[in-house]
Every structure is written in C-alpha cells, then in structure tokens.
Design a protein around this ligand. Structure first.
Ligand code: FES
Length: 161
C-alpha cells in the first residue's frame, strides 16, 4: 500500500498551524487511511514537537488507532464479562465463520476487519457489536447475519447469501 506522505504531512501541518494536538492529527489520519503508517508517527513527532516514543504510546494505547491497515468495514465484538455471559463468544464464532477471519485479522482485500473489545459501557444491551462505529445490542447469530447481509449487499458481494 502506497503511503500518501504529502497528504499526511498536510494533515499534520494543518493541526500544527491551529495549535492542534497529536491525538487530533492521528485521529484524522486514522479516519482517512484506516491506520497510522510509521511515517505519519515520525512526521507528527517532528512537526508537533513530541517525542516519537510518545506518538507510539498514544497510537498503541487507544483502540481507535491501528498501526496496521484496517478493513473498510470494521466489526468489533465486545467480549467483556457481561457480553460474554450473554453469548458474545457464539456471536464472535458466527461472524468469524461468515467473514472467514479470526478476531484480530483483516481480509486480504482490506474490505473487512474483525476485532474484539472489552466492555463498551453498554453491558445491559449485550452482547454488543460495533460495526463501523455503529452500536448494535442484544446480538445473536441471526441478527449478526442481517447486519452482515446489509454490508455485503452495499458492497455488491454475494457472500453469506
Ligand atoms: S461487557 Fe460488553 S458492553 Fe460491557
């Protein structure tokens, strides 16, 4: 994957000019490219005058950031205790089978990523899945199929049909 270094530099520069933070710059880069290339962390460190180790610490601390390219569609299955006892392992198994991915993996075409997360703060609605930032509660295999079908259709894929 080609790294759009000029565009990344422009994002960082824009943040620097308005006195923005490292996190704001990284958020915009993550949103646009679905990951934080190493070069982005180096540029951000230099331009925003923060140690590179701090840039890496931020990039690896928050779940929202990734050092590897994520898929266009990202599924996060909560495996916190409340969701676990309400059936998230079965939901995760089901989605793994449907996507042909294990938790933590991204498809080769960078279309899908599957992740697990720990407690999203909506335990009463568990099991919870976050799809592209949208929360869905009380998930089960059938409901996750509906969710997946909607995305497959939008992408023109007949997977899971
Ligand atoms: S354990 Fe899943 S939202 Fe809290």
């Amino acid at each position: 994957m080609q790294i759009p270094i000029v565009e990344i530099y422009e994002i960082i520069n824009k943040e620097a000019r308005k006195g923005g933070s490292l996190i704001s710059a990284l958020e915009e880069i993550q949103t646009r490219y679905r990951y934080l290339p190493r070069e982005a962390l180096i540029l951000a460190s230099e331009r925003l005058d923060v140690p590179l180790s701090q840039a890496y610490a931020v990039a690896t601390f928050y779940n929202a950031f990734s050092l590897k390219p994520k898929g266009k569609h990202c599924f996060q299955v909560c495996v916190g205790t409340a969701c676990h006892v309400r059936g998230s392992p079965q939901v995760l198994d089901h989605i793994e089978t449907k996507l042909g991915l294990k938790a933590g993996e991204t498809s080769h075409d960078h279309m899908f990523s599957l992740e697990t997360v720990n407690c999203l703060g909506a335990c009463a609605l568990g099991p919870i899945i976050v799809t592209n930032g949208e929360y869905s509660g009380q998930m089960n295999a059938k409901k996750s199929d509906t969710l997946l079908r909607r995305i497959f259709r939008a992408e023109g894929l007949d997977k899971n049909e």
